[in-house]
Structures are given as structure tokens and as C-alpha cells.
Write a protein that binds this ligand. Sequence first.
Ligand code: AMP
Length: 188
Amino acid sequence: MKILIITGPPYSGKGTQCEILEKTLGYKHISTGEIIRDEKEKGSKLGITMKDYEEKGMLVPDKIMKVLLNQIIAKHEAAKGIILDGYPRTIPQVDTLLEILEEKQKSVHQVINIAVSKEELLDRAKARAKSSDRVDDKDASIHLKRIALFEENSKPAIQYLKEKMEVVDIDGMGSINNIASRIHQQLI
Ligand code: AMP
């Protein structure tokens, strides 16, 4: 199972790029945010536990995310590859991922980090709010909070990842197609 990690701030268009990559690479796109929303819909115990965090734009605690990640890896072990979207988001999540993979004698194939300016993120968040039915997309204060949480937790986590492996930085400004082709050129 090849593991491709796509990182970047909220509203950077990670999900859209992962959908494109899913088609071109034939890997399974796994968005932890999507899984959380599905679990919430199903009303599972895990979903009920994560609901408040997701709807308020807060990070689900690392301990709970560890349970989720274990389930994800176990479920897709036979897949050709997975594209991990939305994980890791904190330094402890990087360690958890690497520990689980080591136990299973697997490794990360590539990490791609999409960079977008804060101003553009807020514009994209506003545009997304118009068509989205996500609770967390509707509130402008949540947009700001999520970007702040990215700066506080996820940026250091990406930096930490960079100390452990190569991370390819991609300019995430411009059209969806332009960004997709920049990513495509870097795939190994
Ligand atoms: P996303 O769909 O990636 O925008 O994620 C939506 C929400 O799910 C986030 O705001 C968090 O509340 C939660 N979430 C998703 N992935 C993680 C993660 N790796 N760690 C903590 N919370 C997460």
C-alpha cells in the first residue's frame, strides 16, 4: 500500500486535489474530516464523541484520532495506495502515524504540502460557505479559528515531518488545473 500525504491549510483545496489524484493514481482518497462527518451521520459512538469538535472547527483530540487512524489503516491495508487528506494535523499525530506504519512495516511514499496565502484562504472559505452544507463552513469566525489552529498546530507538525522525510511544497495559488499539474509534475 503506497501512502501519499497531502497537507495544507483548511480551504487550500486539498480535498479537490485529492479527488483528482484519486482518479489519476487509482489510490483511495481518505479524508479524515469526511470520515468524521460520516460517523456523525451514522450516529456511531465515535461520531458522537467527535461531533462538537468538528462543528466548532476545533481539532479532535489526538487520542481519538489515533483510534480513527488505526481503523483507516486496517481497513485499507490491501489497497493499491491511499491519499491521506487531513492527517496528520499535530506533532503527536505525526508520531502516531509513523509508529502505526512501522508496526505494519509500511512507510510514507510521498508528502505534498499545498501553500496558500491567508487572504486567499479566507476568500475561498467565503466562496465555499455559499454552497456548502457543512456546519463549520457557515460561520466566518470558524474560518478564522481553523486557520489559527493550522498556524498553531499543523504548521509545526509539517515542519516536524520535514525533519523526518522529504516534503514537497506546492504553490497552491491559481486555478485548480494549474495546481493539479504542479502536483502531477512532482509525483514520484
Ligand atoms: P476537514 O474536512 O479536513 O476540513 O476537517 C473537518 C474537521 O474535522 C476539522 O475542523 C476537525 O474538527 C476534524 N478533523 C479532521 N481531521 C482531523 C485531524 N487529523 N485531527 C483533528 N481533527 C481533525
